[in-house]
Design a protein around this ligand. Sequence first.
Ligand SMILES: Nc1nc2c(ncn2[C@@H]2O[C@H](COP(=O)(O)OP(=O)(O)OP(=O)(O)O)[C@@H](O)[C@H]2O)c(=O)[nH]1
Length: 266
Amino acid sequence: MSSVFGKPRAGSGQQSAPLEVNLAILGRRGVGKSALTVKFLTRRFISEYDPNLEDTYSSEETVDHQLVHLRVMDTADLDTPRNCERYLNWAHAFLVVYSVDSRQSFEGSSSYLELLALHEKETQRSYPALLLGNKLDMAQYRQVTQAEGMALAGRFGCLFFEVSACLDFEHVQHVFHEAVREARREMEKNSLARHLFISEERALHHQAPLTARHGLASCTFNTLSTASLKEMPTVAQAKLVTVKSSRAQSKRKAPTLTLLKGFKIF
Ligand SMILES: Nc1nc2c(ncn2[C@@H]2O[C@H](COP(=O)(O)OP(=O)(O)OP(=O)(O)O)[C@@H](O)[C@H]2O)c(=O)[nH]1
C-alpha cells in the first residue's frame, strides 16, 4: 500500500490527480467480505465484527506507479442480493466472494454474477468482476473445487482467485489491485469511445450535409453514444468512512484497536 490508511507517503513525487475507483465487495453472509476488506486496509485479520453494518472505506493506493483513490464498499446483503442499486450504480468494479468450504455460498456467488450480467445488459456497459474463493486456509473442508470456481468465472468472463483473509497480505492486496487494473481498463475503453464519439460528431457537423446523417455515420453515432455517454456512477448513497490510522488511535494507549463497523483488531 502506498499509504497509511488514506495518507499518501511524503515525497512520492506523484503530481497528477489520482484515479478514482469504487469497488464493491459482494457475497453471501459469512464468506469473509469484511475480513478481506480489513486485511487489505490494515494487513490484519479480523476477530470480531458486526455483520449487519455496511460501510465504505477509502484508501490511497499506488497501482502500477499510478496514484489511485480507492473506495471499498463492504456490502451487507442478507441472504440474497437486495436493494442492489446502491452498489450497482456506484461501483466501477466488483469482487464477488464465496467461501471454499461452503457450497451454499458458491451458489450465492453465482446469483451475484447473474445480477451483474443483467446490469451490464440493461446499462449496455461492462463492469469488471473478479470471483474470489475465500478461506483457502480451510481447504481441508473444501466443498467447492478450484476447477468449479474457474468454470464459474469462465462462464461470466471474469478473473478468478482463491485467497485467504487470514494468510498472506500480499495475495489479498494483489487481488484488490487487479480489480483496480480491470476498472482502469474499462474506464480507458469508455474514454476512448467518448473520444471517438466526439470526433465523429465534429466530423458530422463539419462535413456531412443534414441528409447524410441518416446513413452509416448516424449508426456509428448511436452505437457509441449508448456505450459511452452514460454518466459515470456517483458516490451517492454510500456512506464514506476513512479508516483511521493506528497512530491516531495510539494516543489512547488501548491494548486493542477498535475500528469502524465494530472490528476489533489485535
Ligand atoms: N478461516 C478463515 N476464516 C475467515 C476468513 N475470512 C473470514 N473468516 C471468518 O469468517 C467469519 C465471517 O467473516 P466476515 O468477514 O465477517 O464475513 P462477511 O462476508 O463480511 O459476513 P457478513 O458481514 O455477515 O456479510 C468470521 O468469523 C471470520 O473470522 C478466512 O480467510 N479464513
